[in-house]
Write a protein that binds this ligand. Structure first.
Ligand SMILES: [Zn+2]
Length: 506
């Protein structure tokens, strides 16, 4: 049996600081799992100001000097033991003199519970100390715990301020003047006033959020926001103890019904023009854009129209039915990519581009070496501190190194993410073959550079360049124009857009 005490500290200046209860729970659990018997707890509740008046901590250090039945001081995280690296090192030195061991319940430390050296823990400890804040994993673990406890207690869950509420002493309160506006918005909408008019109305009255007029989509979001009836949904759970209700449930539900029916009604206005941004008029070279009109029978028709004709009335290109044109483009694309060589050509272009990125692996190696160097320097400084060698420049040098280490870690993470995106040729080929059948629109979006529409034919220019569908690598139209060798021009004779397509590779 090894005797231990728990030291917990809560600092009010840190956001989402782990609560005392949370720290004790984690420490007790750790003690139980590791054969430690907790004999006492020392707790410093939130201190005001920045003074180093931590009575429980001082008491614990004093107790270390006495004949006590414990050898281990258990903390939630090493940063409990001081507010900066030097303080931690000095305090550790003090307890070490009295043969006490510092153990963190959430981090590996330089010593094991029995006081023996934990070699890989030494490096880790040096990194944790003072750097815990920078470690996103550590940080997010703490933040998550803190936020979860906050929610259970009905405290402010954080994040951007919601219109209608204000935060005070960690609690959410109704901001009465804004709540009035929220209710007004709901009432107006329930009475059939449309959102744009409501917005114009309140904006004219000078209503702002974060100092700016409320945007239309925010207004729509507000109309759906369950916080206004007191429900806050987070981590698969509804919390009713955080946001006081502002809007009566009946009014909220009524607005919900109207939103739903308007959504259905407006669906037809929400038609996706698949060839948007790709279509050019063969007569005047201007873009052709989606448009709609109502036929004599009252049916809404969708088509693409030359902007030269619509805006400047200097082009006589006839409009084209949306569905027909899109179907031709889809069919043609499927046909093009049913030819294995075409798929391989695109796949190779993709791989080529990826290899360019792979070439940057050398950058990762450089960064990794850099990181090792910084860690070595940090470790050396820590050793010096533990031996009592502290100069005026030590602290600033240490801060500098810690900042460097954090920066380097970030860069490494970014490079690693890039490289994880590795592609194999077969994968790409498989992707293209399937995607063209399953989601031709995706292929159209990514692999078609432009489509030029004449009266008697359509030219479709496919990107055979090294641009692939990926969010961080959107196809950059225009760049391809200079690279004519990479374009596959499909020319087809076509007058009424129902002719059979015959690919004509150039
Ligand atoms: Zn035109």
């Amino acid at each position: 049996m090894i005797g231990a005490v728990i030291y917990a500290r809560y600092s009010s200046e840190k956001q989402n600081e782990q609560s005392i209860e949370g720290q004790l729970r984690v420490c007790n659990q750790y003690a139980e799992q590791n054969g430690l018997t907790v004999l006492d707890t020392y707790i410093d509740r939130a201190m005001t100001g920045t003074n180093d008046n931590r009575p429980a901590f001082q008491q614990m250090l004093a107790d270390c000097e006495k004949a006590v039945a414990w050898d281990v001081i258990l903390v939630y995280a090493i940063d409990r033991f001081g507010r900066n690296s030097i303080e931690i090192a000095v305090n550790k030195q003090r307890i070490k003199k009295n043969h006490k061991t510092l153990i963190s319940a959430t981090q590996r430390t330089s010593e094991n519970i029995d006081g023996s050296k934990n070699l890989d823990g030494i490096l880790l400890e040096n990194v944790y100390i003072g750097l815990a804040e920078y470690y996103s994993a550590e940080l997010s673990q703490k933040v998550k715990r803190g936020m979860n406890e906050n929610r259970e207690k009905g405290l402010n869950p954080g994040g951007r301020r919601t219109f209608g509420y204000r935060a005070e002493n960690k609690k959410i309160y109704v901001d009465e003047s804004e709540a009035e506006i929220v209710r007004y918005i709901f009432q107006q909408y329930a009475q059939g006033v449309n959102a744009k008019d409501i917005l114009a109305d309140i904006t004219a009255k000078g209503v702002t959020h974060y100092g700016k007029p409320i945007p239309l989509n925010t207004l729509y979001n507000m109309l759906r926001l369950k916080k206004y009836i007191g429900i806050y949904h987070c981590a698969n759970k509804d919390y009713t103890n955080i946001f006081p209700p502002i809007v009566p449930v009946e009014l909220f539900n009524e607005v919900g019904r109207i939103l739903e029916s308007n959504k259905k009604g407006s669906k037809s206005n929400d038609v996706e023009f698949l060839l948007k941004g790709k279509l050019l008029c063969g007569h005047c070279g201007k873009s052709m854009q989606g448009d709609s009109g109502t036929s004599k029978s009252g049916k809404v028709m969708y088509y693409y129209k030359c902007m030269g004709r619509k805006k400047y009335r200097n082009c006589n290109k006839s409009t084209i039915q949306k569905d027909k044109l899109e179907q031709i483009v889809i069919d043609t694309t499927k046909q093009i990519f049913s030819v294995k060589e075409n798929v391989i050509a695109v796949a190779d272009a993709v791989i080529q581009s990826h290899e360019k990125r792979m070439y940057n692996r050398s950058l990762l190696t450089i960064l990794q070496n850099e990181r090792e160097e910084i860690k070595k320097s940090l470790s050396n400084i820590m050793k010096a501190i533990e031996q009592g060698i502290i100069t005026a420049t030590t602290k600033s040098r240490m801060d500098e190194l810690e900042q460097q280490l954090a920066d380097t870690e970030n860069k490494i993470t970014i490079e690693e993410c890039k490289l994880q995106n590795q592609l194999r040729r077969e994968q790409v080929i498989e992707y293209l073959t399937h995607a063209v059948i399953q989601s031709p629109r995706l292929i159209i979006h990514n692999l078609i550079q432009k489509i030029v529409v004449y009266d008697d034919r359509i030219n479709i220019y496919y990107n055979y360049l090294n641009k692939m569908p990926s969010p961080d690598n959107p196809p950059d139209n225009g760049e391809y124009l200079a690279e004519s060798g990479h374009n596959n021009t499909l020319t087809k004779g076509c007058s009424d857009f129902s002719l059979v397509v015959s690919p004509n590779k150039t």
